[in-house]
Ligand binder design. Sequence first.
Ligand code: PLP
Length: 365
Amino acid sequence: MRALARVNLAAIERNVRRLRRELDGAELIAVVKADGYGHGAAPAARAALEGGAAWLAVATAAEATALRLAGIDGRVLVMGALTPDDVEEALAAGADVVAWREDMVEAIGERGGGRVHVKLDTGMGRLGTRDAEQATRVAELAASTAGVQLAGLMTHFATADEPGDAFLDEQLERFRAWALPLRERFPDALLHAANSAALLRDRATHFDLVRAGIAIYGLDPFQQDAASQELEPALELVSYVAEVKRCAVGESAGYGRRFVAESDTVLATVPIGYGDGVRRALTNNADVLIEGRRFPLAGTVSMDNVTVDLGADGGGVRRGDEVLLIGPGLPAEEMAQRLQTINYEITCGLAPRVPRRHHRDGVPA
Ligand SMILES: Cc1ncc(COP(=O)(O)O)c(C=O)c1O
């Protein structure tokens, strides 16, 4: 296999169990949008449900439909903004949807009704309304519209992944001030606010449901070290050594000759590139592991290949050896730091042409 993402579903299951240990009565919503953060939405969803997740969440109506077509029942929350066609599709998939204006609730009522979560924008500044009175009116309308059910009251944190930042507490206070009195009036409405970082950081954010994405995949929401959060990365990205060749001093490799050998060395050609999601900005700026040894990328990342500097003695590397780009000893967080991004973008950015091979601790799933 030229390039492959191996995804350990047992790790996702264990991560969900581990996250649930933090919860005191709250249920976990496993967020499987963007194809399960690149891990494969349906298999990740099934693994999360096995691990005890009570709900699933996605961003788009089409993602909800895809889960249903994969045979996954149960509660699914579509968290994203929806066009009228999207509302139709989400409701047809039996998903819960998010609303923050009266016309949104009306549109849901006109399409036969459904379960609505009202979103207060407590500071993310994205979806939801900043106006708590409006959010209350929308909740009242949802509760009184035929066919519509007020299922939830929600918000989303902007800085939960920045420990010590006080803004989370401000957002939390705004949410509590709005949602707790409303829940007295509508006791069936479930309160939810926390993402993975908030879940791990502050129990006061848990309420009835937590929406955990990144952490269920074993990635650190704080961009440090997954193990320190007792999380187990589920995904490994591998390729193989397709060619090994000598590169004499002064010879170069790759587009633009961005690697020129300063002394005689040996290069490996590995058939994975930015067409697979290994970003070009990693040019001369990433390591790979071959047989447990670290080697640096040499030169420009091209669409389908990278070259690796094995050193003068070739490092004992042979054609056919497996090359690890993300996995034990080479976490997605490291690649993210080199790219000045976050681990989310690394796994979401793996291209569709990289097959996902799902397994449970090595046993094909
Ligand atoms: C509204 C909402 N809730 C929860 C999540 C899950 O966040 P995380 O992956 O950080 O746990 C997301 C993801 O971005 C989101 O958009």
